[in-house]
Design a binder for this molecule. Structure first.
Ligand code: HDE
Length: 682
């Protein structure tokens, strides 16, 4: 455990400690505990002869290596995770009897895994995709999993269609191209022929699909669940995570470059922030609808392609998630963790949302093959922190040594134990919902409006966000080879907004739609990132400097930025140190070749009195990229000349000030704004 993390111990951490092994400074042994005398040369019949089968160390080492890989997740294969805790602000007792939601101040250990959906395990973090946001709460009543995404709606209404959407968006089967993107024929063919996807596709084309950081994205449980209180009364509920740092995204040109410059960008960002003590924080919000209001809305509250506008169903903030510890071992924890929306505790129950119902089957089923049998609940990361007892036995990799001879019920030999529990004793009792209907394979009429909320989303976007959506359609649909599919997509999205569909139709060489449009005028301001929280904390600034820089002033400014929670890296021509005019040295973190402009939130150009042609050229390149991506740019002293040369001095988000404190304040404000969309970029 790192020193910083001391004091964060909790019940889950104590449990995990028992399984941790530190191999450093130990003797090498076989798995049987036998000390090994030779680990470089296999046993041979003569120095140049064949290897002998009896070399058990060789056999064991190779055998284990041969079996190191397990199947990746069929979706959400690429992910990163962290430990933390959830603290309740406000009792939810009126709504739910869930133990961890009763007493303000209650802390519950958690493990959260973020993921992309489409790409393989080794694919890039920075792709246009939905992100997963799955959290396991290790409660005293058993594990509760909130398996969420960073967008509040889904592509389909009934989970029977899940294999279809996934087959369509994954790389095409004949050549396995393209990786981790929907920008190809089969995805758009599927979209145009499954119009329930309209709303989610609007989100996918928006900036939400390019999160700057896992720390800066929302999470949504999407499906409608039930809260059930100790009187047995139920309410419908949707879960939201709201990041304390606000919701922020990359711009598309930048995202594509980051995908190559640092495939691990989001993973690294999460890991580094936690190591630096900048713990990611998210507030938990719930939207609650009374059962009597089930039909009070102009959409079906069980339809996963619909959100509940926050202006109509307010978001109640009830607690905070803090991620404060990186896993010790990626495979053992991040790869082997198994989430399941069906892992609930008393007080949280399901609704009849047909997407949720199918999910309840899928997760355990896929984990059985991925984790090799029915005992994956025994893996350290998946174990509940409360005791568990039942009559399940055996299977691959069984670790528990169940004592006694009774493994059945009813029995008399063990007093009919393990015994069931009443609701009062904490036993889970399924919510008793009255059902009176025919068995049918059909979809409710109330699920048939696919465009009103897609239009609500469009109406809620700022002008910049709207332009980004048009650009995204133009790129994605422009990658489709079939002109017929392109045209079908144009026709479909003309039902969302005629101007939008016309704009991208022209860009992709399709015929603009002649009619369509939607008469929905409602907007939900909560959906626009333009209205998100804007704070400078944890933003990363690239500081470009060279020898002969004004050391006293620059140090002062950097301290000022640090005091605002801003993180910086020094970039120069060569690694080692740069030396200021008064011989003060600063360590160089990166050269122009080991980093890139797109990896920073902002640039601060310092320059120096000593300057080479290469330094001048590279600084200009970094600056132009940052400018093009609407990023805040600051310059002092020798740095100002680059702004003059590139005619940027008076542009929005560009800060120059000879007064150190004023510079720090203005630059910080520019950084907090994230991007300066009113800048003229040519
Ligand atoms: Fe998942 N989903 N999903 N999903 N999902 C999986 O389970 C599935 C859906 C989500 O970090 C799989 O263990 C079906 C919605 C996350 O380990 C699988 C349907 C939401 C993760 C599966 C959905 C999610 C998964 C693959 C109905 C947001 C990653 C590996 C159409 C609320 C969890 C695994 C992690 C993973 C099935 C839809 C979120 C195949 C059938 C909606 C965050 O079981």
């Amino acid at each position: 455990m790192s020193d910083e993390n001391k004091g964060n111990e909790n019940k889950k951490q104590e449990q995990l400690e028992q399984f941790k092994v530190d191999d450093s400074n130990k003797k090498l042994t076989t798995n049987q505990g036998l000390k090994v005398s030779e680990d470089e040369f296999s046993l041979k019949a003569g120095e140049r002869g064949p290897t002998l089968m009896e070399d058990f160390h060789f056999r064991e080492k190779i055998m284990h290596f041969d079996h190191e890989r397990i199947p990746e997740r069929v979706v959400h294969a690429r992910g990163s995770a962290a430990h933390g805790e959830f603290e309740l602000y406000e009792s939810m007792k009126p709504y739910t009897k869930a133990n961890f939601l009763q007493t303000p101040g209650t802390k519950t250990p958690v493990f959260t895994r973020f993921s992309t959906v489409v790409g393989f395990r080794g694919s890039s973090d920075i792709v246009r995709d939905v992100r997963g946001f799955a959290t396991k709460f290790f409660t005293e009543e058993g594990n509760y999993d909130l398996v969420a995404n960073n967008m509040p709606v889904f592509f389909i209404q009934d989970s029977i269609k899940f294999p279809d959407i996934v087959h369509a968006i994954k790389p095409e089967p004949h050549n396995e191209i393209p990786q981790a993107t929907g920008a190809h024929d089969t995805f758009w063919d599927w979209v145009a022929n499954n119009q329930e996807s309209a709303h989610q596709v609007m989100w996918l084309m928006s900036d939400r699909a390019l999160p700057r950081s896992f720390r800066m994205m929302q999470g949504f449980g999407i499906n409608t669940f039930r809260f059930v209180n100790d009187q047995g009364k139920a309410h419908f509920v949707k879960f939201h995570w709201v990041p304390v740092l606000g919701v922020h995204s990359f711009v598309w040109d930048e995202a594509q470059k980051v995908a190559g410059k640092d495939t691990d960008f989001n993973r690294r960002d999460l890991y580094d922030a936690i190591e630096q003590g900048n713990y990611p924080e998210y507030e938990l919000g719930v939207q609650i609808i009374e059962e009597k209001d089930e039909f009070a809305f102009d959409f079906d509250i069980l339809d996963a392609t619909k959100l509940w506008p926050e202006e109509d169903v307010p978001l109640k903030i009830i607690g905070k998630l803090t991620l404060n510890r990186n896993p010790d071992n990626f495979f053992a924890e991040t790869e082997q963790v198994a989430f399941h929306p069906g892992n609930v505790v008393p007080g949280i129950d399901f609704s009849n949302d047909p997407l949720l119902q199918g999910r309840l089957f899928s997760y355990t089923d896929t984990q059985l093959i991925r984790l090799g049998g029915p005992n994956f609940h025994e893996l350290p990361i998946n174990r509940p922190v409360c005791p568990f007892h039942n009559n399940q036995r055996d299977g691959y990799g069984r670790q528990t040594i169940n004592k006694g001879k009774v493994s059945y019920r009813n029995n008399s030999l063990a007093n009919n134990t393990p015994a069931t529990s009443t609701a009062q004793e904490g036993g889970f009792v399924h919510y008793e919902e009255k059902m009176d209907s025919y068995k049918v394979q059909a979809r409710s009429e109330s699920f048939k409006d696919h465009f009103s909320q897609a239009k609500l989303f469009w109406n809620s976007m700022s002008a910049t966000e709207k332009q980004h959506i048009i650009d995204a359609f133009s790129f994605e649909v422009g990658k489709v080879k079939s002109m017929n599919v392109r045209q079908q997509v144009v026709e479909m999205f003309s039902h969302v907004d005629l101007k939008m569909a016309t704009a991208f139709a022209t860009n992709v060489g399709a015929t603009p739609p002649s009619n369509g449009g939607s008469n929905v005028t409602k907007a939900s301001p909560a959906l626009s990132q333009a209205n998100t929280t804007k704070i400078p904390a944890t933003r990363k600034v690239g500081v470009i400097m060279n020898n002969g820089f004004k050391d006293a002033e620059v140090k002062d400014i950097l301290h000022g930025l640090q005091a605002k929670g801003i993180v910086y890296e020094v970039i120069s021509e060569k690694q080692g140190v740069v030396t200021g005019e008064n011989s003060v040295d600063m360590m160089v973190d990166h050269t122009f070749s080991t980093t890139d402009s797109v990896l920073y939130d902002a640039l601060y150009i310092v320059g120096g009195s000593v300057e080479s042609k290469a330094f001048h050229k590279d600084t200009t390149y970094f600056l132009k990229e940052a400018f093009k991506h609407y990023k805040p740019i600051g310059a002092t002293h020798d740095g100002k000349k680059w702004l003059e040369e590139n005619i940027m001095l008076t542009s929005p988000g560009v800060v120059v000030n000879d007064n150190n404190q004023k510079f720090v304040d203005q630059f910080t404000e520019a950084i907090a704004a994230h991007r300066h969309w009113n800048r003229e970029v040519v």
